[in-house]
Every structure is written in structure tokens, then in C-alpha cells.
Design a protein around this ligand. Structure first.
Ligand SMILES: [Zn+2]
Length: 127
């Protein structure tokens, strides 16, 4: 069990285990946020504190994702799918995990801006 916490501590997400790898996406949102995503099923990642402390951002006529950030310190905490077709997935911002004491994991590049395909792994995080 690991805890992802925002900088001010208002938001805490418990995840079952450290991620085997993290994903860096270059889409219009992720590229701006600079998050590194660790994917979990909803049963493996729970917002245990501060669910009411986040603000969610979605866009478009049929939003499919809600990006959450702490309203106090601004840290991007996680995203979840919206709607009946949503995957059972919680993407936790791995930068909020205490991975500085863990073995580095591969970083996968995902081309969400253009081809919607994985571009493979490059480097490790944390460094
Ligand atoms: Zn915070």
C-alpha cells in the first residue's frame, strides 16, 4: 500500500502497489499538466481523503474524462473516466507517490496528441 498525496496534504489516494511503469502522454491536457500516470482499477486506488477537496476538469460536448486537482495547492491528483462506457480505471499522478525511495520504473510515452499509440519506453522515473 502506497499513498499519493498532494503538496498540501488535503488529498490522499491509497494505491495497492507501486506501478510497474508510468505513462507520459502528450495530448492537449496531459502535455500541459506534466503528469506521469499510474493506472489502477478502481478497487486498487481509493481516494481516502479529500474527495471533496478536488476540482474536476472536463471539456467538450460529451466529456469522457474528469481530471482532478487539489483546489488548495493545485496538484493534479488523478483522472477517471465518465459515462457508462468508461473503463474501470483510475489514473493516479505518480508524481504524488513516494517513489523517491523506490526502484525507478520505465516511462512509457503515449502519443495522445496524434497517433493514439504507444511510442515505447524511454528512460526511468524517478531519477
Ligand atoms: Zn493540496
Amino acid at each position: 500500500m502506497l499513498e499519493a498525496t498532494c503538496h498540501c496534504g488535503a488529498v490522499c489516494i491509497q494505491v495497492e502497489s507501486a506501478p510497474a511503469r508510468v505513462t507520459e502522454c502528450n495530448c492537449s491536457v496531459c502535455g500541459r499538466l506534466g503528469a506521469l500516470w499510474a493506472y489502477y482499477r478502481s478497487a486498487q486506488a481509493k481516494v481516502v481523503r479529500g474527495a471533496e477537496a478536488t476540482a474536476a476538469y472536463s471539456w467538450g460536448d460529451a466529456p469522457s474524462i474528469a481530471f482532478h486537482h487539489c483546489r488548495t495547492c493545485g496538484c493534479t491528483t488523478h483522472y477517471t473516466g465518465l459515462g457508462a462506457d468508461a473503463l474501470d480505471r483510475v489514473a493516479v499522478n505518480a508524481r504524488l507517490l513516494p517513489l523517491d525511495r523506490a526502484a525507478p520504473v520505465p516511462v512509457r510515452r503515449f502519443d495522445g496528441r496524434d497517433s493514439w499509440a504507444s511510442l515505447g519506453e524511454h528512460g526511468t522515473w524517478p531519477w
